[in-house]
Structures are given as structure tokens and as C-alpha cells.
Design a protein around this ligand. Structure first.
Ligand code: SF4
Length: 369
């Protein structure tokens, strides 16, 4: 999360759009067109930004009364955009990057709605994430309606464990009348059986609920990207998982295989959850082949590209959000860097960052791997 230090504490709370930036003075406006100015601390300017203040015109920022900081909630020039709507969840995944909290946090949905109303340059794609957004179906449907109304060209991606969508009433409330193809539902499934899946999400009965949710999404003609995270119990059954998906869920639009984000619960279960991509190259290749056999589209995410077997690199996506993306010193001259996910900025496990093989162009124009 990007923060910019203000020269004095904010006098109000809320989200605001940056209207003007001039010599450390930032003009902000809220949804009712009230306009006021704040001053930022120049010394904290971040390199590579358009203005020395660290803020850009069109940013949507959050102020908290009494706090001398502005949090950047939306920046048009970013590659990835996410609306974070709740920290509550009904699962406890072994490698969860965002450990849930039980407190009521409806203000996050309200804040997301405010951000949508303030953005003047809607992005091509926006994620809706938590926590588990479907725990609040009425709020989520209101947000989806607003997004489709205000940002008609934007692809909306909802990250959900799909469990509540297995409930007919919840599925109807959320999905009925939702235009097909406008929302892409990103649903993780960790195995083709309840034993492993329920163990990974630490919730008995979760496998059946998620499968029910996937069926309901299909019934309401929604787009689905199925996902899995490559922790050890998942890797052990990965090829069988690919076969299960091909045989039973052929209607999904894409299948994402993701390296673990090394933060949150993943650090507490590091031996099981954070695995070097070099360790599972063969399983990856066999699973990609299995998925392609069924006509499905595999996508590889969060993996340093030089660790992905060369024939699979065309499947890799630049998946780590701008604000949490980082590269190692070895990456500086690597030819693969523009197509590479790199690393999470807070990854200090050394598991992903060691054993890199930059691809560099030699003096004679040859590629040395
Ligand atoms: S050396 Fe760095 S930029 Fe190149 S592929 Fe590896 S991780 Fe990516």
C-alpha cells in the first residue's frame, strides 16, 4: 500500500480525488465537489512518479483525521487495480496471504463504492478481493452493479473461495441478472478430492461447497478462472488435479497455477507452503499438458520466469501487482524481465530469489542462458 506523508495531520477522514499537484501542495476533491488543499512532505517523494509530491493527478487517496498521511487507493497509471472489500473469511487457508479477522468491516465496501465514484479514468481490469467478498452478497451485488454502471468497459474480477455460491439463495441474489461475461470469478480449488482441499483451506465441507459454487456460476453463465496455489500437498496431487478439472469442470475459461505469496500464514507454514519453482518443474509440465489435452488454458503466476521450464514460459503472466513487485540485482540486464513476474517486495525467504539464471544478450547478439 503506497503512503505519502503530509506536512500536518489531516483535518478530515474520507476518500478524495487528486485534482492538482503543484510544488508540494495537493488539491483534493470529494464526491460532493468540496475542494481543499494539503501539503505533502517532499523528502518522501518516490522515484519514477510524475510529480515530486509522490501523488499523481487523478489518484484517489484516503485521509484519516489526525493522521499525517495519505494512502493511495487507486492510481490510473498502475497495471493492476484492486478494491479490498472485507477482511472476514469463512476459510483459514494454510498459506493465506491476508489472515482474516472477525470484526464487522462494512466500511470497506462503502469505501470501495466511494473510490469507484471518484475515479475518472476507469481501468481495463479491476479486482475485488478480501477476505471473502461473498460473505456479504447484498453489498457485493451493489458494488458489481455500480462497477458495471460507472465503468462499462472494465473487466471485473472477483476473488472468491466460491463456498457461499454453493448456496442456491446466495447464488441467486448475487448472480441473477448479472450480465454474462462482465464479471470473471477467480475461484481456488486445491485438489480433486475433499480430503486435500478441506485440509488446505482448514474447513470441513469446503470442497463440496466450492464445487456447488462453480456449478452455480456456470448455470448463471458467469466467466470462471479456476486457481490453485502450489504448496506441497497440492503439488503432490497436481497432475490428478489437472485431470479432475479437465473431466469435471471443462467450462472454466482459464486455469491459474500460482506460486505462494510468502506473507501472512504462509510464513507460519513456510516448510509446507513456500516451495521453489525449480522443485516442481516436472509436475508443472505434466499438469499443463494434461489441461491442454482437455482444451483448457493454463496460466502460470508469481513465478520468476528463469525458473519456469523454457517450453512453459509462454503460459506465464506478469501477475504481481505494481506496488508489491520487486526484482533482484541479477535481473537488471535480463532479457526476460519485461515478461517476468519477479518477486513480492516483502519476500525475504530467499527461496525464490536464489538460483536465478538471468538471460543476457552477449556482445555478438547471442542469448546466453
Ligand atoms: S533473472 Fe530476474 S528478471 Fe530474469 S527471469 Fe529471473 S527473476 Fe525474472
Amino acid at each position: 500500500m503506497r503512503q505519502v506523508r503530509l506536512s500536518e495531520a489531516a483535518l478530515v477522514s474520507g476518500v478524495f480525488r487528486v485534482e492538482r499537484v503543484s510544488q508540494g501542495t495537493v488539491t483534493l476533491a470529494d464526491g460532493r465537489c468540496a475542494v481543499f488543499e494539503v501539503k505533502v512532505v517532499k523528502a518522501l517523494a518516490l522515484p519514477g512518479l510524475l510529480h515530486s509530491s509522490g501523488l499523481e493527478v487523478g489518484d484517489v487517496v484516503k485521509l484519516d483525521e489526525g493522521q499525517a498521511r495519505a494512502i493511495v487507493c487507486f492510481r490510473a497509471s498502475d497495471r493492476h487495480h484492486t478494491l479490498f472489500v472485507t477482511n472476514q473469511c469463512n476459510s483459514r487457508c494454510l498459506m493465506c496471504s491476508q489472515p482474516p479477522t472477525p470484526q464487522e468491516d462494512g466500511w470497506l465496501f462503502r469505501e470501495a463504492m466511494e473510490i469507484v465514484k471518484l475515479v475518472t479514468a476507469p481501468p481495463a481490469v479491476v479486482g475485488v478481493s478480501g477476505g471473502e467478498p461473498t460473505l456479504h452478497p447484498t453489498r457485493l451485488r451493489a458494488l458489481l452493479n455500480l462497477l458495471h454502471l460507472r465503468w462499462p468497459e472494465t473487466q471485473v474480477e472477483v476473488l472468491t473461495n466460491g463456498r457461499r455460491l454453493g448456496d442456491e439463495q446466495v447464488a441467486r441474489a448475487l448472480l441473477e441478472g448479472l450480465p454474462p461475461g462482465r464479471t470473471n470469478w477467480l475461484v481456488p480449488l486445491y485438489a480433486g478430492n475433499d480430503e486435500v482441499h478441506d485440509f488446505v483451506v482448514q474447513s470441513p465441507g469446503a470442497f463440496d461447497e466450492t464445487i456447488g459454487g462453480l456449478m452455480n456460476l456456470q448455470q448463471f453463465e458467469q466467466a470462471i478462472q479456476l486457481r490453485t496455489v502450489l504448496i506441497r500437498p497440492v503439488i503432490e496431487g497436481l497432475v490428478e488435479w489437472g485431470r479432475f478439472v479437465g473431466r469435471n469442470l471443462p467450462f472454466v475459461q482459464a486455469v491459474a497455477l500460482m506460486a505462494t505469496e510468502p506473507i501472512g500464514f504462509a510464513l507460519a507454514t513456510k516448510d509446507m507452503s513456500v516451495v521453489d519453482v525449480l522443485e516442481y518443474g516436472r509436475e508443472l509440465a505434466n499438469t499443463v499438458a494434461e489441461l491442454e489435452l482437455f482444451g483448457l488454458t493454463p496460466v502460470l503466476m508469481n513465478m520468476p520466469l528463469c525458473k519456469v521450464p523454457a517450453p512453459l514460459r509462454a503460459h506465464a503472466a506478469v501477475s504481481i501487482s505494481d506496488w508489491k513487485n520487486d526484482f533482484a540485482p541479477e535481473c537488471e540486464d535480463c532479457e526476460l524481465k519485461p515478461r517476468c513476474s519477479g518477486f513480492f517486495v516483502w519476500d525475504n525467504t530467499a527461496i525464490y530469489r536464489t538460483g536465478l539464471k538471468p538471460v543476457v544478450r552477449g556482445e555478438m547478439g547471442r542469448i546466453h542462458v
